[in-house]
Design a protein around this ligand. Structure first.
Ligand code: CMX
Length: 139
C-alpha cells in the first residue's frame, strides 16, 4: 500500500507548519479538528504533487487523548505511518480483515471516521515492529 501520510505529534500546528512551509517547501492543504481523536490536524504536501504523501501534524486538544499521552511519554515527533487502503467503500474494512487473518488485530472493531472525511483504523505498535500503523480510505 502507498503511504498516505506520516503523522507527527506537535505542540503547536502553527509553529510546526511554519517550519515545513519555510524550510521544506510544503504547502498546507487541509486543517480540521477531529473531536473523536482529541486532536487538531494540519496536512501539508508538496505543491507540485498535492496527492502525494502528506505530513499530518497532530496537536492535542485534551490531556487524555492519544497524542497528548504520546507526547508526555515519548516526546514530540514521529507518531504514526498511514497507508492508503483504497478509496472504494469497504476498503479499510477489507484490509482490516486481511490483517486479522495474519494475526494482527486492529485497535477498533470497525473503521471509524477520521480526518478529511476518510475512514481509519489503527494497529498497535506492539504488532507492527514498534510503529503505530493507520489504514485510511473508504470505510
Ligand atoms: N508509536 C510507537 N509506540 C507507541 C506509540 C506510538 N505512536 N504510542 C504509544 N506507544 C508505546 C508506548 O510508549 C508504550 O511502550 P512501552 O510498553 O514500551 O512503554 C506502549 O506503546 C503503551 O501501549 P498501551 O499501554 O497499550 O497504550 P497507550 O495508552 O500508550 O496508547 C495506543 C497507545 C497506540 C493504543 C493509542 O495511542 C491509540 O489507541 N492510538 C490510536 C489512535 C490515535 O493515535 N489517534 C491519534 C491520531 C489521530 C489522527 O491521525 O487523526
Amino acid at each position: 500500500m502507498k503511504i498516505d501520510h506520516i503523522g507527527v505529534a506537535v505542540r503547536s500546528l502553527d509553529e510546526a507548519a511554519s517550519f515545513y512551509k519555510a524550510n521544506l517547501g510544503l504547502a498546507e492543504v487541509h486543517r480540521e479538528e477531529v473531536p473523536g481523536q482529541k486532536v487538531r490536524v494540519a496536512f501539508l504536501s508538496d505543491p507540485a504533487d498535492p496527492n502525494g504523501t502528506a505530513v499530518e501534524l497532530l496537536e492535542p486538544t485534551s490531556p487524555d487523548g492519544a497524542v497528548a499521552k504520546f507526547i508526555s511519554a515519548r516526546g514530540l515527533g514521529l507518531h504514526h505511518l498511514a497507508f492508503h487502503a483504497g478509496g472504494e467503500p469497504g476498503a479499510v474494512a477489507t484490509a482490516m480483515e486481511r490483517m486479522l487473518k495474519e494475526g494482527i488485530p486492529s485497535l477498533e472493531p470497525k473503521p471509524r471516521p477520521g480526518a478529511r472525511g476518510h475512514h481509519v483504523c489503527f494497529f498497535h505498535p506492539k504488532h507492527c515492529a514498534g510503529v503505530l500503523i493507520e489504514l485510511v480510505g473508504g470505510g
